[in-house]
Design a protein around this ligand. Structure first.
Ligand SMILES: [Zn+2]
Length: 226
């Protein structure tokens, strides 16, 4: 193995794959997960495998151009958007993509989750924007995501699903969970008929708090970020 803790990371990716599946964030072979190991290597989930049934040896080591470095399987066809996040944001260590039904429902309806309805969601994400449609795995989708990735740790993709990132795999996974939970809350508020957005002044104060929120910051910087 190329890295001292690579076998732990492989197990962690499988564990979070099982969680994605058990929480119904993915069905069948949907979704993908990756972790950046160093400046030039990324460990990612293979194509056409149920994320709830992966074995550590199924994962594929690729370089930053997406070229497989070992393993018998092919990387996810959606690896490109993971690599795009890593190339734009050196502090990012993990990316998760899934199709959680409620948040994906918003994406399918052409609706972003940008209205400030819940205080802690503003602190965690600011806004959750919607990227315009691009064929999965295409450069067209990359172009749609690129301007949003610099500012956002969670993005809805029109007629497709959700992509989240984090400075740890746990954080990237939890961001996915928060997006889906928030989508459910927004749907209920809309069903009740009168969602009450936070005032601009309250949003400003929350955005200020967001600047200092520890949960959004990397805990340690790695060599390749310096
Ligand atoms: Zn997808």
């Amino acid at each position: 193995m190329a890295f001292e803790n690579e076998s732990n990371i492989r197990q962690e990716i499988c564990r979070f794959g099982t969680m994605l599946h058990e929480h119904n964030f993915v069905a069948a072979t949907d979704g993908n997960i990756s972790v950046r190991l160093d400046q030039n290597l990324v460990l990612c989930t293979p194509t056409s495998v149920c994320k709830g049934m992966m074995r550590p040896e199924d994962l594929v080591l690729v370089d930053m151009q997406g070229k497989p470095q070992d393993g018998n399987r092919n990387p996810s066809s959606e690896l490109g958007m993971h690599l795009l996040y890593y190339s734009l944001r050196p502090e990012i260590r993990a990316v998760v993509h899934a199709h959680p039904p409620t948040a994906t429902g918003f994406a399918a309806a052409g609706l972003a989750l940008e209205e400030p309805l819940v205080a802690e969601v503003v602190i965690t994400f600011g806004k959750i924007p919607l990227a315009r449609y691009g064929m999965p795995g295409s450069t067209e989708l990359g172009e749609a995501l690129k301007p949003l990735m610099m500012e956002h740790d969670a993005i809805l993709m029109a007629q497709h699903g959700v992509v989240t990132c984090g400075h740890t795999l746990l954080k990237a996974y939890l961001n996915m969970e928060c997006v889906e939970h928030y989508a459910k809350i927004v749907m209920v508020a809309r069903q009740l008929g009168s969602p009450q957005a936070l005032s601009p002044e309250n949003v400003r104060r929350l955005m200020e708090a967001r600047e200092h929120y520890e949960g959004n910051k990397p805990r340690s910087r790695k060599d390749w970020e310096q």
